[in-house]
Design a binder for this molecule. Structure first.
Ligand code: FEO
Length: 392
């Protein structure tokens, strides 16, 4: 893919990673991803914003083949999918300066062994003129690393946001063409990457309110030429309350826990509560993370195995704890045969969740009528809790 102009003198470069299906050896990428880099040709200086994952540096260097000089390489974020090709760029343009926050400088030296003399550090709000255009650097820490910043191109009202507002989508289209698709991908991205930092992201969104933003150019996914909706979506994900939704991840070994899950599903829907059901044996964990953005209640369905929760259910609890959703209530259901500490173990795995635990329902073997009635009571209790906070 060649570089393409998005506005006068501003080009989108980078690589589309059509094949990648896992990020950080952890996060599913059903739609691949892209590593976007941008070239800004000012009347006096030439600037590269972010680079690409190092496995794709050849493509970036090809796109730069007719660029004689780069004055500044802006590193909005030190994670290697954006910074990893900076050493290669510096090799061809040894006089270029790497512009980063002071914290990013240290991380880039640690991760990429870039010479410290190559850096220019910028404070929050600092500007660098490049002739007819001006770069303004806005520190936006913890989106999603401590060193992150965004770069605002003053005269063009473009925000180069790196991971902020990004989405993992591989597509040849430069600008958002299918808002529904991008909304889902951006929400998945938010859930998996950004949600643990919700509070600080809220402050960063507030900070951006002072800028007229006509375009957002992230370093993953498509460019937003009508950016208001994605900023509104972030605002909702960060500050909106949970919804009348139960997220119900479960695993079943021989069907007993599944019987309980299906009874709970029926009970909840009869009470007007929406349910997202995830069989952890087959589910895309990113879909579960997206559900946790909205769910007022999590119910984990876990059989007891080796005296504790099934390890797959324990992983789901670990994930929920790590991404810190705004969930209000939690319960556990499942089947056992000779005892164990399923409830205690799962409850101990979620210290980050500020939830009220609703009485779990565990049953011995295949659920009997009394067990199913206990599930019905749990459905009623969840509906009452949702009603109590105005969700129904
Ligand atoms: Fe896209 Fe945090 O790197």
């Amino acid at each position: 893919m060649q570089k393409r102009e998005i506005k006068d003198g501003i080009f989108k470069l980078g690589s589309i990673d059509w094949d990648r299906r896992l990020f950080d050896s952890l996060i599913p990428l059903p739609d691949g991803t892209s590593y976007n880099s941008y070239l800004i040709c000012g009347s006096e200086k030439t600037v590269l914003i972010d680079s690409v994952d190092p496995v794709m540096s050849d493509e970036l260097m090809d796109q730069l083949s007719d660029v004689k000089k780069i004055d500044y390489i802006i590193s909005n974020h030190a994670e290697q999918d954006h910074s990893g090709s900076i050493p290669v760029v510096l090799k061809r343009y040894p006089d270029a300066k790497v512009v980063a926050t002071p914290k990013a400088k240290g991380i880039l030296i640690d991760l990429l062994h870039i010479d410290e003399n190559a850096f220019v550090t910028v404070e929050d709000g600092e500007t660098i003129p490049i002739g007819n255009k001006t770069l303004k650097f806005i520190h936006t820490p913890w989106v999603h690393w401590p060193e992150t910043m965004v770069t605002y191109l003053v005269e063009d009202n473009i925000l180069f946001s790196c991971d902020f507002f990004g989405s993992h989508i591989a597509t040849s289209d430069i600008f958002v063409t299918d808002q529904g698709r991008v909304h889902e991908a951006a929400k998945r991205y938010f859930a998996e990457i950004m949600m643990p930092f919700r509070n600080v992201i809220e402050k960063n969104l507030e900070k951006l309110k002072g800028y007229e933003i006509r375009m957002i150019a992230p370093s993953h996914g498509q460019v937003y030429d009508k950016p208001q909706w994605i900023m509104d979506a972030y605002k909702e994900w960060v500050t909106g309350g949970p919804k009348n939704l139960v997220s119900l991840p479960f695993i079943s070994m021989h069907g007993s826990t599944r019987v309980m899950v299906e009874r709970l599903l029926s009970g909840l829907t009869a009470h007007g509560v929406s349910v997202d059901l995830f069989n952890l044996a087959v589910t895309d964990i990113g879909k579960l993370a997206m559900s946790l953005v909205d769910a007022a209640t999590i119910v984990v369905g876990a059989p007891t195995v080796l005296a504790g929760p099934h390890p797959v259910a324990a992983y789901a609890a670990f994930l929920a704890n790590a991404i810190r959703p705004r969930t209000k209530f939690l319960s556990i259901i499942g089947s056992y045969e000779w005892g164990g500490k399923t409830v205690e173990t799962l409850a101990g795995m979620i210290p980050n969740l500020k939830v009220e635990v609703i009485e779990p329902v565990l049953c011995k073997g295949l659920p009997k009528e009394a067990d199913l009635l206990a599930i019905d009571k749990l459905a009623q209790a969840i509906a009452d809790k949702h009603r109590g906070i105005g969700l129904i």
